[in-house]
Design a protein around this ligand. Structure first.
Ligand code: PLP
Length: 377
């Protein structure tokens, strides 16, 4: 019996053994409430300081600019709602239609509540134009929110350039780096970002853990009131063990980043070259490897629906996904693929994502390719 091959690392990742061992090591010592004055509380507080310092070192940020959360969605909500709350007179937000639903649906909600959302159109490969962003900025703009890397078709945005434009215009910039962190370099001492969201389960850390970077000088209001944890920005008793796990996973990912991304790109390149010879497979997103997330492949397959393809791949023991995992179970075509190819709507209903990661090895590629080829036989 062939073993299952997991190619859905963009949906989520397993907890790495080193991360599990690290968490086990601290399980007994981390249960205290960091706000308690006694030694058990003090121990938990020290571990939390340690976790924050590890993350700060990985991201080149100051520890007091990092706020732990319950995941990417919460980080994004704190960023978006916090930014507009701090700037109540400004009613315009600039973003794009290819954002993850954690951003997209929040903006749709705000659009129904008096906010003007300026949706920047991506080009056919999923990139947002810096020139169009510059033209859209005005005095009424409260926030720009654009993702660092797309979760479906892997397009990387020019975050450094976008951040610089926003800083020059003194407009807050948030980037959803949930797919980027741990896979491509994220250096906050370089990028002029105000807010950045991260999620632990995308880089082999525990689920239900996240991080929000908020630059010290950025004007962003707090949303939650309570015990004033996380620098007063996110109240609630801290998930010390989970956040230690996130910190360990992030440091592991950052220390092996260039090695691992090269390994993933090599496999990605083998699959892309083989599929380029099959006319039924149409690549979505950037054609250049360096403009895609390492390990991400996304194809529309002529004559096959995305959901059908996912089920047939699963039947052959290969786990892939059609579009975003968060929309799995629904048969809506992918709005991301549609935004890239509005004149070819079939592509949005026939797309599959293969996201390679730590569980993949070169010797699995033949089986993955054979399964893909069988979809159009
Ligand atoms: N943003 C992106 C780009 C994502 O891929 C995801 C998860 O798939 C999220 C945000 C939401 O993160 P979380 O699942 O941690 O809430």
């Amino acid at each position: 019996m062939n073993q299952t091959i997991y190619c859905d690392h963009a949906a989520t990742t397993h907890l790495k053994e080193e991360v599990r061992d690290f968490m086990n090591q601290y399980e007994q010592d981390s249960y205290g409430n960091p706000s308690s004055l006694h030694p058990i509380g003090k121990k938990a507080k020290d571990l939390l300081i340690q976790a924050r310092q590890i993350c700060a070192d990985c991201l080149q940020a100051s520890p007091d600019e990092l706020h732990f959360t319950s995941g990417g969605t919460e980080s994004i909500h704190l960023a978006l709602f916090g930014a507009i709350k701090a700037n109540p007179k400004k009613k315009k937000i600039i973003s794009s239609p290819i954002e993850h639903s954690a951003v997209y649906n929040t903006l749709k909600y705000l659009e129904s509540k008096d906010y003007q959302i300026h949706w920047l159109k991506p080009n056919a490969e999923g990139q947002i134009s810096s020139e169009e962003l510059s033209e859209a900025l005005d005095d009424n703009t409260a926030l720009v929110t654009l993702m660092s890397a797309n979760n479906e078709m892997g397009a990387l945005q020019k975050v450094g350039e976008i951040a610089q434009i926003c800083r020059t215009h003194e407009i807050l910039f948030h980037t959803d780096a949930v797919q980027a962190a741990g896979k491509i370099p994220v250096d906050l001492s370089e990028a002029k970002v105000d807010l950045l969201s991260i999620s632990g389960h995308k880089f082999y850390g525990p689920k239900g853990t996240g991080l929000l970077y908020k630059r010290k000088e950025s004007k962003v209001a707090r949303l939650s009131f309570g015990g004033n944890q996380e620098g007063g920005f996110r109240s609630g008793t801290e998930n010390v063990l989970g956040w230690l796990g996130l910190a360990k996973a992030l440091s592991l990912a950052c220390s092996k980043l260039s090695q691992e991304s090269q390994r993933l790109q090599e496999m990605q390149s083998v699959l892309m070259s083989a599929l380029a010879n099959l006319p039924a497979f149409v690549l979505n997103g950037p054609s250049k490897l360096e403009e895609r997330l390492p390990g991400n492949l996304n194809y529309s397959i002529r004559g096959v629906s995305g959901d059908q393809a996912v089920l047939q791949m699963a039947f052959r023991g290969i786990c892939v996904s059609s579009g975003s995992a968060c929309s799995e179970g629904k048969i809506d075509p992918s709005r991301v693929i549609l935004a890239l190819n509005p004149s070819e709507p079939w592509r949005a209903g026939s797309s599959i994502r293969i996201s390679l990661g730590a569980l993949n090895h070169a010797d699995q590629l033949d089986r993955i390719l054979a399964a893909l080829k069988s979809l159009v036989r």
